[in-house]
Ligand binder design. Structure first.
Ligand SMILES: [Ca+2]
Ligand SMILES: [Ca+2]
Length: 237
């Protein structure tokens, strides 16, 4: 009986803990975004590279593929003063000896997309991790795997975390690994065609020091590429 009581206490304790854990999330969901409380919202100062191809590819047989918008992406609003805080920041990777190029090219500011402008990582699942150097409020992650020709990169996942090993406070903001090949959980986001606009992922002002991007090859080959990755944010208060 004593044992049973102990079990009940433990269960109640866990239930209480769970409700306490859920509470801030529920509050956060209802509260206006931090910026909405008086701060001025302006479009992100995004600088796009020149497009390297025109039109929309029709022959891609990729499941769950997002239809191209057919016009420029809508401006993404964030507090005034938010900039690309990833430029020149340290990048590490699951493949520190790239097939082509250097890992530093992920944040070197060159996003032109021609040969020589991207780093090529080995086949299969690979990731790159950007260290912002200190905790930042992150509003958006914008990245170009490759935009010389239309391609679809597979199992794209974007995460933020408090530590370089991605153990502490890991948050996922994009995941199109529908069948959980990578093992980070099945994602519900759509596949998309790479263009000069890059892929913009809303990170909702979350505070983090580390940003990680996963992929698992693309529709043309098993290799992984990065032209550039940008993180729009500002130092956390
Ligand atoms: Ca670059
Ligand atoms: Ca998959």
């Amino acid at each position: 009986m004593a044992r049973q009581n102990g079990l009940i206490r433990t269960t109640l304790g866990l239930a209480l803990l769970a409700s306490l854990t859920l509470l801030p999330a529920a509050l956060h969901a209802q509260a206006p975004a931090p910026a909405a409380a008086g701060a001025q919202l302006v479009p992100l100062p995004i600088q796009l590279p020149k497009p390297m191809f025109e039109g929309t590819p029709q022959n891609l047989t990729i499941p769950n593929l997002q239809k191209p918008l057919g016009r420029p992406r809508d401006p993404f609003l964030a507090p005034a003063g938010v900039t690309n805080v990833a430029k020149g920041k340290k990048v590490t990777s699951s493949d520190m000896e790239p097939v082509i190029g250097e890992i530093e090219q992920v944040t070197d500011g060159d996003k032109k997309g021609a040969d020589g402008s991207f780093v090529e990582l080995g086949p299969g699942v690979q990731h790159v991790t950007i260290d912002l150097g200190a905790p930042h409020e992150v509003y958006a992650v914008l990245f170009w795997h490759f935009h010389k020709t239309p391609r679809v990169y597979l199992d794209v996942v974007v995460q933020l975390a408090d530590d370089a090993a991605f153990k502490k406070n890991v948050r996922t903001f994009f995941n199109n690994d529908a069948d959980n090949t990578i093992g980070l959980g099945a994602g519900t986001d759509m596949n998309y065609v790479e263009t000069a606009e890059g892929k913009l992922v809303d990170a909702k002002g979350s505070v983090a020091r580390y940003v990680r991007l996963y992929s698992r090859g693309n529709n043309a080959n098993e290799l992984n590429h990065y032209v550039e990755a940008e993180v729009f944010g500002r130092p956390a208060k």
